[in-house]
Design a protein around this ligand. Structure first.
Ligand code: NDP
Length: 295
């Protein structure tokens, strides 16, 4: 099966590494060519100079880009994929995208005999490395069945969320919850630090109690208390996801003041901490505002 993979970022490269073997025949493209060169050399796969070249002859195309804006760009931009997609191909978009754009891409490709599913992932770089990502996909069952082996190569829990765009919606809401949990845990621990409670002691209790979350159980102990703050998922991307959730809520007329406030706070964090900061570094904003460190 000929696969084209576009977007070798923090998670994209790890997903693509599971496709660099038989029965797949992989060709990669990345905007910054050096990353594609390094990947192709290490994994022994093909390399393309443009998106158009990458998808020529491909039966399956996977995009893993920051947002749907960049997916549109590699589709329609200079040397874009659109005119080179072969009839009968399937585009799997692993970007955490936005539902309306995914629906419009699916409609446009459908008119050309090309199928589309949105297939955002969760589990972070650890699960991506292990090939055990959760994949939430939107689209037709019959299309999914044609690409099932490809998705199973990097996914473990694979769930049909609904029609095209449903995977994006589910992913955006999941990540809005992640953002709420990071900030709420940071605020709670800031209070406890001021109250003279050791944060490790506080987490020991919280994690045996009803206030726990993935942030309190994993992210904060492993990354904040240690001051390690590794970059695995950019804060800018999480801010984008909460924004998608907030717009989705507004479009559907659902009142979500907490998600809106969290979107504002992450926007502030992105402005203060920059494009390359990791998502967990949002905790640093809470620390700075309160003149303390959670450690
Ligand atoms: P990164 O920021 O690490 O990488 C982004 C990739 O997109 C790079 O290959 C980059 O190319 C490429 N890119 C950026 N802008 C453009 C453009 N205008 N045209 C073409 N290519 C472009 O992102 P991740 O790999 O972390 O994330 C990819 C997607 O997966 C995002 O939607 C993210 O929300 C989602 N995700 C990420 C997770 C994680 O743990 N990292 C977890 C779950 C989902 P270049 O190398 O040139 O910069």
């Amino acid at each position: 099966m000929k696969i084209a993979f576009l977007g070798l970022g923090d998670i994209g490269a790890l997903i693509a590494s599971h496709l660099a073997r038989e029965p797949f025949e992989l060709v990669v493209w990345n905007r910054t060519a050096s990353k594609a060169n390094d990947f192709a050399q290490k994994q022994g796969v093909g390399i393309a100079q443009t998106p158009a070249q990458a998808v020529t002859g491909a039966e399956v195309i996977i995009t893993c880009l920051p947002s749907s804006v960049e997916v549109e760009a590699v589709l329609h931009g200079e040397n874009g994929m659109l005119e080179s997609l072969r009839k009968g191909a399937v585009l799997i978009d692993c970007t955490s995208g936005d539902p309306p754009t995914s629906r419009s891409i699916a409609a446009e490709l459908g008119g050309r005999g090309v199928d589309f599913i949105d297939a955002p992932v969760s589990g972070g770089t650890t699960a991506a490395k292990a090939g055990t990502l959760t994949v939430m996909w939107g689209g037709d069952e019959s299309v999914f069945e044609r690409v099932r082996p490809v998705i199973e190569a990097f996914g473990k829990k694979i769930v049909h969320a609904g029609p095209v765009g449903a995977g994006d919606a589910l992913k955006a809401v999941n990540n809005a919850l992640l953002a709420v949990h990071i900030l709420s845990a940071a605020e709670g621990l800031a209070v406890l630090v001021k109250a003279g409670v050791n944060p490790a002691t506080a987490l020991d209790v919280i994690n045996a109690s009803s206030g726990r979350s993935n942030s309190s159980e994993n992210l904060i102990p492993q990354r904040v208390l240690t001051r390690a703050f590794p970059r695995t998922f950019r804060l800018a991307l999480l801010e984008k996801d909460i924004g998608i959730a907030a717009v989705l809520a507004e479009d559907l007329g659902v009142l979500t003041p907490l998600i809106s406030l969290t979107a504002e706070r992450f926007h502030e964090a992105r402005e203060k901490l920059g494009e390359e900061a990791d998502h967990v570094e949002a905790v640093k904003m809470v620390e700075a505002e309160n003149g303390l460190e959670i450690k």
